[in-house]
Design a protein around this ligand. Structure first.
Ligand code: MN
Length: 300
C-alpha cells in the first residue's frame, strides 16, 4: 500500500454566485487538470439568511453534472423537466444536465437561520455531453452509513466503499463521494484507487492528512491571502489535493475531523468552459449560447 502525499492545501475563498449568494469556493474556474473529472466545489455554509436568501433563480446547464449535498436548512428546487421538491438536511441531489436543463435552487435556513451544504460540479465525457438530462434525488435515509470499531463513520453518497454502495448510480466518471468523520485522536487510512484524482474538503474539527512517517514538507499555496495554510493541522474550509497512491492517511485532532473525500477517474479531454456550460470546444460553447438566445437550448 502507498500513502497519497498532500500535493497542496488551500482555503476556500469568498465568492458571489446566483442572485447574490455569498459562499466560499474551494476550487473552480481554473485548474481543471488537477481535479479532472471535477470542475468546481462550492461551500455554501452560512449563518446569515441575508447572504443566501436571493438564491439561484432560473439558469441553464449543459455538459456537466451538479451534485448538491445539504447539511442544514433546505433547498427548494424546480427544473425544465418538470421536477420540483425540497432537499433537506442530509439529502443529496445529483443532476445530470447533459444536453441542457434550466433549473432554480432557492436555499432556506433552518430555525436558527443556518444554511449548510456543498455543490460539486463533475464534468461529462465528450460522449455524454449531450445525453438526456436526469435527476436523482436521494433522501438522507437512503444513504448508507458505515461505522468502524474505532468510531470512524462514513456516509457513502456515491460509489462503492467498505463493501457498501451509494444510492447514486450510472455516473460516467465513476466518482466516489464520501462524508467521513474520524473521532478525536484516531489515525487511519482510507482506500482510494490509484487511477483516480482525489481531494478532501474539511468542514468540522481538524487533523493531519500526512502519514506520520513521512518527513517531507507539505507544499502550501497562497491564493488571495497573505497567510499560508497550516501545514501540520488541516482545519475548517481547507481543501487538500492528494498526489498518487492507493490510500489516504488521516490523523484526527482533539475534536475529531469531518470532511468530504471525493475521487474520480480523470477524463483527460479538452475543457471549454463559460459560466454554467462546459463543453470540449469553443465552437460547442458558441452553439450552446446561440441556442439559449434563439430558444432551442432545451431538447425534446
Ligand atoms: Mn445550477
Amino acid at each position: 500500500m502507498s500513502i497519497r502525499p498532500v500535493r497542496h492545501q488551500t482555503q476556500s475563498e469568498p465568492a458571489i454566485e446566483g442572485a447574490g449568494v455569498r459562499l466560499r469556493r474551494a476550487f473552480g474556474f481554473g485548474k481543471t487538470d488537477e481535479f479532472d473529472p471535477f470542475l468546481l466545489l462550492d461551500d455554501f455554509r452560512n449563518e446569515n439568511p441575508v447572504d443566501y436568501f436571493a438564491g439561484f433563480p432560473w439558469h441553464p446547464h449543459r455538459g456537466i453534472e451538479t451534485i448538491t449535498y445539504v447539511l442544514a436548512g433546505s433547498v427548494a428546487h424546480g427544473d425544465s423537466l418538470g421536477n420540483s421538491g425540497t432537499l433537506g438536511a442530509g439529502d443529496v441531489q445529483w443532476m445530470t444536465a447533459g444536453s441542457g436543463i434550466l433549473h432554480q435552487e432557492m436555499p432556506q435556513g433552518d430555525a436558527r437561520g443556518r444554511m449548510h451544504g456543498f455543490q460539486l460540479w463533475a464534468n461529462l465525457p465528450r460522449s455524454l455531453k449531450m445525453t438526456a438530462p436526469r435527476y436523482q434525488d436521494v433522501p438522507s435515509a437512503e444513504i448508507p452509513e458505515v461505522t468502524e470499531d474505532d468510531g470512524t463513520k462514513v456516509r457513502i453518497i456515491c460509489g462503492e466503499f467498505w463493501g457498501k454502495k451509494g444510492p447514486v448510480d450510472g455516473i460516467a466518471t465513476d466518482p466516489r463521494y464520501l462524508d467521513v468523520f474520524v473521532p478525536p485522536g484516531v489515525s487511519r487510512t482510507l482506500p482510494v484507487e490509484t487511477d483516480r484524482h482525489a481531494f478532501a474538503y474539511v468542514f468540522e474539527g481538524e487533523g493531519s492528512f500526512r502519514d506520520a512517517s513521512d518527513p517531507r514538507p507539505v507544499a502550501t499555496e497562497r491564493i488571495g491571502s497573505d497567510r499560508d495554510a497550516d501545514v501540520d493541522l488541516t482545519g475548517n474550509r481547507s481543501l487538500v489535493l492528494f498526489g498518487n497512491g492507493d490510500e489516504v492517511a488521516i490523523r484526527a485532532g482533539d475534536e475529531g475531523i469531518r470532511f468530504l473525500l471525493v475521487s474520480g477517474r480523470p477524463l483527460k479531454e479538452p475543457v471549454a468552459w463559460q459560466g454554467p456550460i462546459v463543453m470540449n470546444t469553443r465552437e460547442e460553447l458558441a452553439q450552446a449560447y446561440a441556442e439559449l438566445r434563439d430558444g432551442s437550448f432545451i431538447r425534446g
